[in-house]
Design a protein around this ligand. Structure first.
Ligand SMILES: [Mn+2]
Length: 342
């Protein structure tokens, strides 16, 4: 038997309390209790907005509790809006391979779990806070996994509020943006707790900074490929096709396809390009009585890899499997291939 705080009623044997029943204050105290004044803490994340914002929150929580907090991430930050977030909010982080993990007395993992990446597996974590479904095969001194949450940032807002810490504008903006990204502006699964955290941050975050981060989508060098796309594109039966030719990264094809997908009276967008001796095709459609994933599979599964879902899909075909020379591949080739299968 326990009271509403999950504490055992006096006189009865104490039962272990499940994570769900703990109050925000209990979680906070348990988390802070892991750290001592001379601890050098390493926060390990796979850098995306939610992980970055959560790491900033932990750094704030431990400001007077530990000697230092270092944030480290293994991945290259490529998405421009994420680069803008780090720059505009002046977030200090290190690449994981440049730090000596063994030099840190405590390690915290946020928005991820040790099983998510091989580089995480050999690290013994003091604490793991995440919103992805719990995986097996690892242990940590403290675990707070709430898979119903739309963002880890929402969980960290609860810690900050329980600690009576009002976040700075930069921290609030990061957390606000993180919740926006991870819930896709609340179009994806989220809980009331995400909404409450979001509403709380709304009064502190800087909306112009959020907008600037969101608007940073293209590199100047990528605009040339847009020029090619506009010159190359052909529209027939509400389908828009464009072959861009050689591209430095398939990412630019995705940007172009998403851009062209906004054109009125276009039901399908197919954008192709050549990268690393492979033909890459990006599919977009409105998903209404259509299925991009299925079309991608029909067109390319025999000669390459293809897949996706209703509104977005992608295919990759090695040059040698194409019946046309990859240099000769054109917007017309793409059109012909599509009309054969649609
Ligand atoms: Mn997340």
């Amino acid at each position: 038997m326990s009271n509403k705080n999950g504490n055992s009623v006096i006189g009865l044997p104490k039962k272990p309390v499940s994570n769900k029943k703990k109050t925000a204050k209990e979680r906070l105290n348990e988390f802070l209790g892991l750290f001592e004044k001379d601890d050098e803490v390493l926060v390990v994340i796979n850098a995306d907005p939610d992980a970055i914002a959560s790491a900033m929150a932990v750094k704030r929580l431990l400001r007077y509790r530990a000697k230092s907090v270092t944030i480290a991430y293994p991945n290259e930050i490529r998405r421009l809006s994420n680069v803008a977030m780090v720059d505009l909010l002046k977030i200090q982080m290190e690449r994981l391979h440049t730090v000596k993990v063994g030099d840190y007395s405590k390690k915290v993992m946020l928005d991820s779990q040790p099983t998510h990446l091989p580089v995480f597996e050999n690290i013994q974590f003091t604490a793991v806070i995440d919103h992805h479904p719990a995986t097996r095969g690892w242990e940590a001194g403290y675990v707070d996994i709430r898979k119903d949450f739309g963002a880890t940032a929402s969980i960290l807002v609860e810690y900050l509020r329980a600690a009576s810490i009002k976040p700075s504008v930069a921290l609030a903006t990061a957390l606000f943006y993180a919740i926006k990204v991870d819930t896709q502006n609340f179009e994806k699964k989220s809980t009331l707790a995400d909404v409450i955290s979001f509403r709380y941050l709304f009064d502190i975050a800087n909306p112009n900074l959020v907008r600037k981060i969101e608007l940073t989508t293209f590199r100047r060098s990528e605009l040339n490929y847009f020029k090619t796309a506009l010159a190359e594109m052909k529209v027939s039966k509400q389908r828009l096709y464009a072959h861009i030719g050689r591209v430095p990264s398939p990412d630019v094809l995705v940007l172009i396809a998403d851009f062209l997908n906004q054109v009125n009276e276009v039901a399908w967008v197919l954008v192709s390009g050549v990268h690393n001796d492979k033909l890459v095709v990006i599919f977009r459609c409105d998903g209404y009585k259509k299925n991009a994933g299925r079309l991608a599979e029909k067109m390319f599964n025999d000669i390459g890899s293809a897949g996706g879902h209703r509104v977005a899909a992608r295919a990759e075909v090695p040059a040698k499997n194409l019946s046309t020379d990859i240099q000769e591949f054109s917007t017309r080739t793409l059109m012909r291939l599509t009309t054969k299968h649609i």
